[in-house]
Ligand binder design. Structure first.
Ligand SMILES: [Zn+2]
Length: 386
């Protein structure tokens, strides 16, 4: 009797844990280049393994697979389109392998845009699937470069029409590359387990980031060489936090480009004469688009308190008619310094381009960003990889 009771209790406990596991999946979880796979995700995942038409094993989360089957059946029946699963869930090791293969086949730039860093791939959720298809004449259309051919636009339209109904959304939309940081991928679907919500998201052409209100945000600016130059670190970080009339857009970042013309640094006090430029950028694909910016010629005073440098004042030259008088006052009879102030003031010539570029390169490198260029409104992008 006792044994039987324990057996029943155990069975109940197992059923309970199965229910808890089923509840464990957040079908709206956001995994992208900024958001890592949630901790413990894989423990609560129920996986189905299937074999596709080219004999590859594909793993997919259970409900996602059921929804995929319904989608495939509908497409076959109503449109004569035969879809297949190219890839579903990938482990970290598989993701690394794909990245390595793409590097060899397509090069670094395409790979950075197309294949996520292991841990930051939506495929690791089990809720993302990539499709390929077989045409009516039996041709397997499998590779990215074939799947994106114009002759198949109509096939994708038909596939996309049926996504929401089956609980899927298209994840990397055309024209939303700046939000997702991925090129358009007609084949990459994401299961969200809610046809109503999927319809709303698809009808409004939203990305999951936009629906969740989380644009791919750029990391905040931090001076990368604080150990070697603590005064400069304090100055640069002050410029991106002080209110200098230059604000980044949602998800954007301020990157300073201070041009220090003269410096006097003592034990506990420092003075910097210079033009303290600040620029706001947002990421659009691999380009840092400049959305605002301006110069701040002046004199900055810093003090070392409790072992840490901090800015105590920034006196700026006034705009317009008083500008020259301000510069003259800062230079205080030093003709070379006065001349340097003017050379630091032009946006396209003089000292600025070189300073600005080096601060951007340092920021991009420190944050391992995909950005390879920056661009001012109405100008060509400036390559920073060369
Ligand atoms: Zn994919």
């Amino acid at each position: 009797m006792m044994k039987r009771m324990i057996g029943l209790l155990l069975a109940a406990a197992l059923m309970l844990s199965a229910a808890a596991l089923a509840e464990g999946i957040d079908y709206l979880a956001l995994v992208n280049k900024q958001h890592q796979l949630p901790e413990g995700w894989e423990d609560s995942l129920e996986i189905v393994e299937v074999t596709n038409s080219v004999d590859q094993k594909v793993e997919v989360e259970k409900k996602t697979y059921e929804a995929y089957l319904a989608l495939a059946e509908e497409l076959e029946r109503e449109d004569g389109i035969h879809i297949e699963l190219d890839s579903g869930r990938r482990s970290v090791a598989e993701q690394q392998e794909i990245r390595d293969n793409f590097m060899v086949k397509y090069g670094e730039e395409y790979t950075r845009k197309t294949v996520a860093v292991p841990g930051y791939s939506e495929h690791q959720t089990g809720l993302a699937i990539d499709l390929y298809f077989i045409t009516a004449d039996g041709t397997t259309v499998y590779y990215n470069e074939d799947l994106t051919k114009e002759e198949y636009y109509g096939v994708w339209d038909k596939i996309h029409e049926k996504l929401a109904k089956n609980g899927f959304i298209l994840r990397y939309l055309k024209g939303k590359e700046g939000v997702t940081d991925y090129d358009y991928e007609p084949w990459h679907l994401r299961y969200i387990d809610d046809p109503e919500l999927a319809r709303e998201i698809m009808e409004k052409s939203l990305t999951l980031e936009e629906y969740l209100g989380e644009a791919a945000a750029l990391p905040a600016y931090v001076y990368p060489f604080a150990g070697e130059n603590p005064v400069m670190a304090a100055a640069a970080e002050y410029l991106v936090t002080a209110d200098l009339g230059c604000e980044p857009e949602e998800g954007g970042v301020l990157i300073p480009a201070p041009i220090v013309l003269k410096e006097e640094t003592g034990e506990t006090e420092a003075t910097l004469w210079g033009n303290f430029w600040v620029f706001a950028y947002k990421l659009n694909g691999s380009i840092l688009e400049c959305t605002a910016g301006g110069e701040n010629p002046g004199v900055m005073k810093l003090e070392k308190k409790d072992g840490k440098w901090q800015v105590v004042s920034l006196e700026l030259a006034e705009d317009g008619a008083d500008f020259d008088a301000g510069i003259r006052a800062f230079a205080n009879g030093d003709a070379e310094l006065e001349k340097a102030y003017y050379l630091s003031s032009g946006a396209d010539e003089g000292y600025l381009p070189q300073y600005r570029r080096s601060f951007i390169v340092e920021y991009v490198n420190a944050n391992k960003l995909d950005g390879v260029a920056y661009q001012d409104n109405g100008w060509e992008p400036v390559d920073i990889t060369m």
